[in-house]
Ligand binder design. Sequence first.
Ligand code: SF4
Length: 451
Amino acid sequence: MDRSGLFAMYNNNVDAFSTAASIYYGLFSMQHRGMDTTGICINQNGQFKYKKEEGMVIDVFDESLLKRMEGHAGIGQVLQCSRGDARDFAQPIVIRYTSGQMAVALSGGLVNTDELRKELELQGAVFQTSDDAEIISVLISRARNRFETIEEAIADIMPRLKGGYSLLVMTPRKIIGVRDPFGMKPLILGKKRNSLYFSSETCIFNELDVEVIREVLPGEIVTINQDGIKSSMSQTSEKKALCSYEYIYHSRPDSVIQGVEVFEAREAMGRILAKEAPADADVIVWVPNSGLASASGYAKAMGLPLEDAFIKNKFHCNKFVQPTEDMVRRGVTMKLAVIKSRVCGKRVVVVDDSMVKGTTGRILVDLLRDAGAKEVHVRVAAPEVKYPCHFGGFDLDQASLISSHVTTEHIKDMIGADSLAFLSVEGLLEACQGTEDTLCMACFTGKYPVE
Ligand code: SF4
């Protein structure tokens, strides 16, 4: 299951940006949510024109292509793919069915994919990909014949979709945004003059001068078109479970989720971590890029200077070839270097956003020691990740998660740190201003919102 970012526009204005260009900018600003594939589908007077390919937004689209894709509505997705050939999972999925064309893009995923696929195959469905979005598109198209509207068809199939997702569905006359009943993946509704938007994050709305209307509610089906906004509720659940990793890592720091700015939440994580696990040190350093806010919170709470000790190679990206264990290590050292004068002879606390496999932790400690740090204390601004995510947060099995089978003390020795501490589950809830009834904490606690 993969991580992704969604963006959609129903263009009711003659805007400064065209529809395709707006979606291009929207996806570009959410590149941090996925760098493996990019796809945009545009509605050109009822005919869908689309392109989806392996690569980042600027690799897949250029100005002349965007001009050729002019239209009044469209949806797009960037995807971080952890399975097989990324091209097989590029979205939007575009299908033809009895009511015309339909394009579907998904963030998050289902846990009952195999069951649904088997059932549909027994009924004669033939799949081109092994993607959850295609299964959803087939389910909607089949249900559509039994209902007057596509919204009713979506509401009908939602109880069958077990998982955490936000979904965009485009038909020739509308775009529909949907969130699962637990609200695990964010989806925001925006407006600029008469044009309407959906986005996985608010950050791009600031850049495009789009006003945030509100978040799509868990279990809600929201339609945007030339008539404006229409909403209906499908399934609801008392318990909500927004992915807490959105605050820790996935979202951009200037995005706001459930009224809390991500940077502010991360800074609070660092502040609380300093209270829970102070360290005798001279200096705090942060790990680019997502470690900055939590390190800043930690430094402020400790009354210690925050140093910019790591230099990040800005040309490094996920495509950096890392075929062997040694090259994985080299990949990080090619990505990060230390400014010696900032840490040499000092007791250093390095604050990182999270620790999943532990590989990066070992490298950070080595880099700091090589640069002459007298002591290296590692502080992780998230609880220990002990359980796998089944909802597109990260795609690792339990054995790969270092905290699932190794104690904190042992990890400290493995990574060569002088001390190691993680933020508590309670500390994370406090920083995100949530509770176990509003946030998914399953990778830390093992309590999954969906069976
Ligand atoms: S298990 Fe973790 S990463 Fe997955 S949705 Fe829940 S909080 Fe997010």
